[in-house]
Design a protein around this ligand. Structure first.
Ligand code: ADP
Ligand code: ZN
Length: 744
């Protein structure tokens, strides 16, 4: 019998082998799928996550819905490797996510596998899950014959029939877990898996907001956009405090009413408790959060909840865009101009732009909100490519703060100090009215440079082209590029002279020191990412500031974003010129946005706020725009400049960065890369030039910049270029950054 059956089975297998052959995409730096055979007794839909043999390893990949890339020689059916297992309990990756991944890979020139790896950004999802075990009262079982007071307490609590973790029940009953084990042994309590807590469902009708006339028009536009089953991008452009959040919440409400998921993206650090509280006030419960401070288990939970649709609204940082939404109907990008939406490693993508792409693929609405829109979005709205909704006034009726420059050439601070007499006077006056003051300096640490007075040596990083920054509070000199650190030396590391090292220039810690000297009575709050160890602590400090438990707040970029401090009346920008010196086409734009944002913190609730910008260049157009409040004039000027220089969004840029440990190799190869640039009439290749940050982590860096007209297929050009290159020597790295935001 066997001998007869065996060949039959073989036949059947080969007849269906084609049907059982599936392309699998692996989350590795490769562009293509590999074919595997699905075992006969296993059903796995497109998008299923599967464990497959890959080289010597077993890896988790995704069954793609079509073959991608070509394998050099197709594997015949009989040589196909077999899928080891399917990952149960994980919803398949939606086909839309596949299309989106392919699009992002094509656009950024990142390997498709790396984009999919981002989409699988919650490793714990794919590990075998161990259900948490709890105990529950077994209603069939009688009370144990031997009753103790502890047993009695435990059974009284368990009488409600709820499942509790053993530890939790023991704690509640004030007994040891041994008592609980005893009750399990007698059969009175039964062990069961603890069901995962269901996520609360945001209720679009939880609160009804009364909108002003201007807001109502904006709300109407928002709702209409979220309502249409079609792709749209709307720029929600409104001054700080105009109610943008309140207004775009209505778009979220509409998406929820229609049973679709919504995503709100914020620059990472602005995932403040304040925002979460406002969301909860509007929708009755917290949204699902997605950011870098989540634990692996929290990540897994959020990932699963987006995939199975339980997560109705996700509030997240840029990578939230790559979650496997079951049915996403709306994306809101708040502070859309923020540089934090650009990812600078592995897959170089701009989350705002990719959100627009996702919207066009999935035919849903995208809302970009900002008080200082990026030039890109501004131009798109002006040209009619994006819709435009404006909110010109603050909801409270409060005026935008009056901003003045303080000319440091005429009113310099005393030696060794950083706050000019004018700024100090304004602070004194504000504090006298028991109002809050915010001092902003976008520089962490105590001093950006440590210099030897005896020999002139500047202490720099051994592996980067950068000075070490003194962090006095932590008693260390630190490199902000590679993390290298050493204890603050007592004598000059070069000449050995003791007591000759001097700190040059200010960081926020030094400003805090000066504030303590000048205003010893004032309560200070220092907010800098390196000083606030955890998200929870940061949220506590922010809450204290909101509650008025600080008089002077000193902070870096961290304080600029999203917070609303009701008692803040005055803002001082310690160094308005800081961002302007850089060779970066967006330097002016960024400085304007940051200063506008920071000064906009003042007087949000109070009648009048004041802003002061210390500068050596009060006549600079950015300073003029800040003090006149004439944003339109500034935008018009920036747009003109970008247009005449054919910079984004009028032209397109891509950066190629070549790096190697060996100095010569980096330069030689960079020149070789440049020589291989395909000739193209309208494409300009600038460089290679040594990067401004010539060495990072011991790697020597060279840059090339590609400039192309908007309508040209820059990616096709780059791809042709890259394929023409010789094989990369070992240790050489070449990264491509399409639409670069960093030029260092
Ligand atoms: P933006 O996002 O533009 O900075 P917000 O949405 O944060 O503005 O609004 C600023 C303040 O005004 C917030 O405290 C908000 O709750 C309040 N606010 C705005 N619109 C309304 C409204 N229609 N009714 C009640 N409060 C509002
Ligand atoms: Zn370094």
């Amino acid at each position: 019998m066997h001998s007869l059956l065996a060949p039959l089975e073989e036949n059947r297998r080969s007849a269906t082998a084609a049907a059982r052959r599936v392309p699998v995409l692996l989350p590795v730096a490769l562009e293509q799928t590999y074919d595997y055979r699905l075992p006969d007794d296993v059903e796995a839909p497109v998008g299923a996550f599967v464990l497959v043999p890959f080289g010597p390893q077993q890896r988790i990949g995704v069954i793609w819905d079509r073959a991608v890339g070509e394998s050099p020689k197709p594997v015949t059916d009989d040589k196909l490797k077999v899928i080891t297992a399917t990952i149960a309990d994980v919803a398949p990756l939606p086909v839309l996510s596949m299309r989106f991944a392919e699009w992002v890979a094509r656009y950024t020139l990142a390997p498709l596998g790396m984009v999919v790896r981002m989409m699988m950004g919650a490793p714990a999802v794919f590990e075998p899950s161990k259900p948490r075990i709890g105990v529950v009262r077994n209603k069939e079982a009688a009370e144990p014959t031997r009753m103790t007071p502890a047993r009695k307490r435990a059974l009284q609590i368990a009488a409600d029939g709820l499942v509790r973790a053993k530890l939790a029940l023991a704690a509640e009953a004030a007994c040891s877990t041994g008592v609980i084990d005893g009750l399990i042994a007698t059969g009175t309590l039964t062990e069961v898996a603890i069901p995962e807590r269901r996520l609360p469902v945001p209720n679009p009708a939880h609160m009804c907001v009364d909108f002003s006339a201007a807001q109502a028009a904006a709300v109407h536009a928002m709702r209409a956009a979220a309502d249409a089953q079609s792709f749209s991008v709307t720029l929600l452009d409104g001054v700080t405090g105009s109610g943008k959040t309140e207004v775009y919440f209505e778009a979220v409400a509409r998406a929820l009413e229609r049973g679709r998921q919504a995503l709100i993206m914020l620059p990472e650090i602005a995932l403040t408790s304040q925002f979460m509280d406002r969301f909860a006030a509007r929708f009755g419960c917290a949204p699902v959060e997605w950011h870098s401070a989540l634990s692996p288990a929290e990540r897994a939970r959020a990932w699963r909840a987006t995939a199975n649709g339980q997560a109705r609204v996700v509030v997240g940082a840029r990578s939230a865009l790559f979650l496997p939404y079951q049915d996403l109907g709306l994306i809101v990008i708040d502070e859309e101009h923020d540089g934090g939406f650009k990812q600078e490693d592995r897959v170089h993508y701009q989350a705002r732009d990719m959100a627009v792409v996702r919207g066009s693929l999935a035919k849903h609405a995208v809302v970009l909100a900002s008080a200082t829109p990026s030039i890109e979005s501004h131009v798109n709205a002006r040209s009619g490519r994006y819709g435009f909704v404006g909110l010109p006034a603050r909801y409270s009726g409060a005026q935008l703060p009056d901003v003045a420059t303080i000319d440091l050439r005429q009113h310099p601070p005393e030696r060794g100090k950083w706050l000019s007499p004018q700024l100090v006077a304004a602070m004194t006056e504000t504090l006298g009215k028991t109002q809050q003051v915010l001092l902003f300096l976008n520089r962490r640490g105590y001093a950006p440079l440590t210099l030897c007075r005896a020999c002139g040596h500047r202490i720099d990083c051994p592996q980067c082209t950068a000075w070490l920054v003194e962090h006095r509070y932590r008693r260390r000199l630190t490199c902000h590029h590679c993390g290298f650190a050493l204890p603050i030396p007592e004598k000059c590391p070069k000449c050995g002279e003791p007591d000759a090292l001097v700190a040059c220039g200010p960081g926020v810690e030094r400003i805090a020191e000066e504030v303590a000297e000048r205003f010893p009575q004032a309560r200070r709050a220092l907010l800098s990412s390196d000083l606030v160890p955890s998200l929870i602590e940061m949220r506590e400090i922010i809450k204290k500031i909101e509650a008025g438990e600080a008089d002077i707040i000193i902070g870096t970029q961290m304080v600029a974003k999203g917070h609303h401090f009701p008692q803040l009346a005055m803002v001082g920008i310690v160094d308005g010129d800081l961002g302007l010196g850089q060779a970066d086409p967006r330097a002016a734009e960024r400085t304007f946005q940051l200063m506008h944002q920071v000064t906009g913190r003042a007087g949000r609730a109070l009648a009048a706020g004041r802003g002061y910008v210390q500068t050596y260049m009060p006549e600079h157009p950015v300073m003029q725009a800040i003090i006149s409040g004439d944003r339109e004039a500034f935008l018009a000027r920036e747009v003109r400049q970008r247009q005449s220089a054919q910079l984004p969004p009028f032209g397109r840029l891509a950066a190629l960065v070549i790096s190697a440990r060996d100095k010569e190799l980096a330069e030689l190869f960079a020149r070789d890369v440049a020589r291989h640039a395909p000739p193209a009439a309208r494409i300009e290749v600038l460089g290679p030039a040594e990067a401004p940050l010539a060495v990072i982590r011991g790697r020597h860096r060279w840059r090339l910049l590609v400039k192309a007209p908007r309508e040209l297929d820059l990616q096709a050009y780059l791809r042709a270029w890259l394929t023409s290159l010789p094989k990369l020597p070992a240790d050489l790295r070449l990264t491509v950054d399409v639409d670069p935001y960093s030029f260092l």
